[in-house]
Design a protein around this ligand. Structure first.
Ligand code: PMT
Length: 225
């Protein structure tokens, strides 16, 4: 892209898409995510000369030109794949990682029984990839998270920024038409702290490709500040 700041010489890792947590051979728990936002970011990073690697959950998208892609299914696989890519200069967590996974995988299909009115599943928390990256001994220079919220967007996003030790968080509203999950468009509000002050910048609404470029502009500004 002409005029866009270069990412040449930088290793960028982007996560995208959902994770699927298998219950049995035919059923899983997953989040709603097409991968479009994360793929757009990886594509933009590669166009700017960055060495971009995409760790993708199960999605039906073409690999962007110039991007190395690693496909995973579960949160545990995504965690292992992302951590194996350290060290890198920049990590952007755009994936909708499942927060919970079944405690046990049933190796045979769970059958319905006559008279049964429900099924109780025991779920356990998945490991937080973003928080583990941000506190890792080989922490990237810049760690960027996303926050998908239905309401109270700013306070939830700022809490994630602090709790997960991030440099910047991109919040988007989900559960609305024409933005967030699955849509080709989105609107982001970026939150970060600078010199003890809360900072914010709104991007969009715009196509996800355009937002990816604008997000990288702000990230590069922050990396060179
Ligand atoms: O894929 P699309 O259809 O284009 O939709 C884009 C999107 C809405 C999925 C994307 O813009 C987005 O918001 N991604 C983050 C979704 C999410 O899971 O948000 P969260 O608020 O639950 O998680 C906060 C952050 O922690 C995220 O960066 C997430 O990747 C990370 N996380 C969460 C749980 C976990 N176990 N490990 C993590 O790294």
């Amino acid at each position: 892209m002409t005029g866009a700041a270069s990412l040449s010489g930088l290793r960028i890792v982007v996560s995208a898409g959902p994770t699927f947590e298998d219950i049995d051979p035919v059923r899983f728990i997953g989040n709603r995510s097409s991968g479009k936002m994360g793929f757009a970011i990886a594509a933009a990073a590669a166009r700017r000369g960055g060495e971009a690697t995409l760790v993708a959950g199960p999605v039906a998208l073409e690999t962007p030109i110039g991007v190395e892609r690693i496909d995973v299914r579960s949160a545990a696989q995504m965690h292992a794949a992302v951590l194996a890519l350290l060290p890198c200069d920049l990590y952007i967590g755009a994936a909708a990682v499942a927060d919970f996974t079944p405690q046990q995988f049933a190796s045979s299909k769970i059958k319905k029984r006559a008279g049964e009115t429900g099924l109780t599943l025991e779920l356990v928390r998945t490991r937080d990839i973003l928080a583990d990256i941000a506190t890792h001994a080989r922490r990237p220079r810049m760690v960027v998270g996303f926050a998908a919220e239905t309401d109270t967007v700013e306070s939830y996003a700022r809490a994630k920024l602090a709790d997960k030790h991030l440099d910047l968080i991109a919040a988007n509203r989900v559960g609305v038409e024409g933005a967030g999950f699955e849509s080709d468009h989105n609107a982001l509000t970026l939150y970060w702290r600078q010199d003890g002050r809360d900072c914010a910048r709104a991007l969009g609404p715009a196509p996800k490709q355009q937002l990816a470029e604008a997000l990288l502009d702000v990230i590069l500004e922050r990396m060179t500040a």
